[in-house]
Design a protein around this ligand. Structure first.
Ligand code: SIN
Length: 305
C-alpha cells in the first residue's frame, strides 16, 4: 500500500526504494478506530518504518498508540545506562542531547534495540520534542533485503545458526560515545569522555540471550537477517575469534546503503519502527544544537524464531 491512493483519507508516501514511508491525512491526537489502526499497522508491515509529521500529542497519546501494537516496555533500560524518564511517565524515556554535549550519542551505531533480551522490543514509537535545524537524522536498514540478497548457500548455512547477543556491547559500544561532529566542530580525542554523561550507570549484570541468525517475522512471515554490530557477540557453539569474520561480513552486508533510508526529523514528528526486521543508526552531526526525543518501546510477544 503506497503513494497516490489514500485509504480512509490516509496517504502513504515511500521514502526510498528500500524502506520507510511518510504518512499524512491522519490526526494521531484523535482516537484511532480499528479501520484506521489497521491501515497504520499494514503501513508498518509494508514499509518497516513510518513517520507522521506534525503530530501535536502528549505522552499519554503516544503511549496509547504504542499500546495498540503490544505491551508497553514499562522499564526502559539500556544496559549499562538507566535512561532518564519523563516525570510521571517511567515508560517514556528521554533521549536528550544538549548543544555542548560531546560525550554520548545514544544509538550511534547500526543496531536493533535490546536484542540481548530474551524478548527484545517489537518496535518503538518516538516523538520529536525538539529537533535541530539540520542534522540529527536517523538511518534505517531493511533486514529482509539483507537476507534475501545473500546467496542460497549462505542463506542455508545461516538458517542453521544461532547467535549470542550481549548487553556488554563487545564490538559496537564505543561508537555510541563518539563526540558530535558539525561543520565548524572537529572533535578532539579528549572529547571522548563517557563519564561526563548525564546518564546514570546501572549496576545490573550483563544480559545475554541467543536468537536465530535468520528469523521469521511473526506477522509478515518473511525471513530477515538478525545480527547487529552493537550486541551480537558470537555464534552459539563457536568462539568470538571463529565468529568474527563471518559476523563482520554480515554486518557490512546488513548496512549496505541500498537497503537504507535516512529520515530528517522535524519537531512534533512521530515515528514508529519495526525492530524485528530493521536496524537503525542515530547520526551525531549536530554539535551546538539540542535534540529531544521521547521514546516508548513495545515488548515482543514471544522470543524470536
Ligand atoms: C535509538 O533509539 O537508537 C536512538 C534513535 C535516535 O536518536 O535517532
Amino acid at each position: 500500500m503506497d503513494g497516490t491512493e489514500p485509504v480512509d483519507g490516509i496517504r502513504i508516501e515511500p521514502l526510498s526504494g528500500a524502506l520507510g514511508a511518510e504518512v499524512s491525512g491522519i490526526d494521531l491526537g484523535a482516537p484511532l478506530d480499528e479501520s484506521r489502526f489497521a491501515v497504520i499497522r499494514q503501513a508498518l508491515l509494508d514499509h518497516l518504518v513510518i513517520f507522521f509529521p506534525d503530530q501535536r500529542i502528549g505522552p499519554e497519546r503516544q503511549r496509547d498508540i504504542a499500546a495498540r501494537f503490544g505491551s508497553v516496555d514499562e522499564e526502559p533500560f539500556i544496559y549499562p545506562l538507566r535512561m532518564p524518564a519523563l516525570e510521571g511517565h517511567p515508560e517514556v524515556y528521554r533521549i536528550v542531547k544538549e548543544p555542548r554535549d560531546r560525550s554520548l550519542n545514544l544509538g550511534g551505531f547500526w543496531h536493533a534495540d535490546v536484542t540481548y533480551r530474551e524478548r527484545p522490543n517489537l518496535g518503538s514509537v518516538v516523538h520529536i520534542v525538539e529537533a535541530p535545524t539540520h542534522g540529527g537524522d536517523t538511518l534505517f536498514s531493511n533486514q529482509y533485503l539483507a537476507y534475501e540478497t545473500l546467496s542460497e548457500g549462505m542463506k542455508a548455512m545461516l538458517r542453521r545458526l544461532r547467535a549470542v547477543h550481549s548487553s556488554s556491547m563487545p564490538y559496537g559500544g564505543e561508537a555510541a560515545r563518539f563526540p558530535a561532529v558539525a561543520r565548524d566542530h572537529a572533535p578532539r580525542p579528549e572529547d571522548r569522555s563517557f563519564e561526563a554523561s548525564t546518564h546514570a550507570r546501572a549496576t545490573t549484570a550483563i544480559i545475554e540471550h541467543d536468537h536465530p541468525v535468520v528469523r521469521r517475522h511473526p506477522e509478515s512471515g518473511r525471513c530477515s537477517l538478525y545480527v547487529n554490530r552493537a550486541f551480537t557477540s558470537r555464534f552459539l557453539g563457536m568462539s568470538p575469534e571463529e565468529s568474527r569474520p563471518l559476523l563482520e561480513f554480515l554486518w557490512r552486508h546488513a548496512e549496505r546503503p541500498e537497503f537504507t533510508c535516512r529520515y530528517r526529523w522535524r519537531r512534533h514528528c512521530l515515528g514508529i519502527w519495526d525492530n524485528r526486521c530493521v536496524l537503525h543508526f542515530a547520526l551525531n552531526d549536530y554539535y551546538g544544537q539540542r535534540r529531544v526525543m521521547h521514546r516508548i518501546s513495545i515488548h515482543e510477544a514471544a522470543r524470536p524464531n
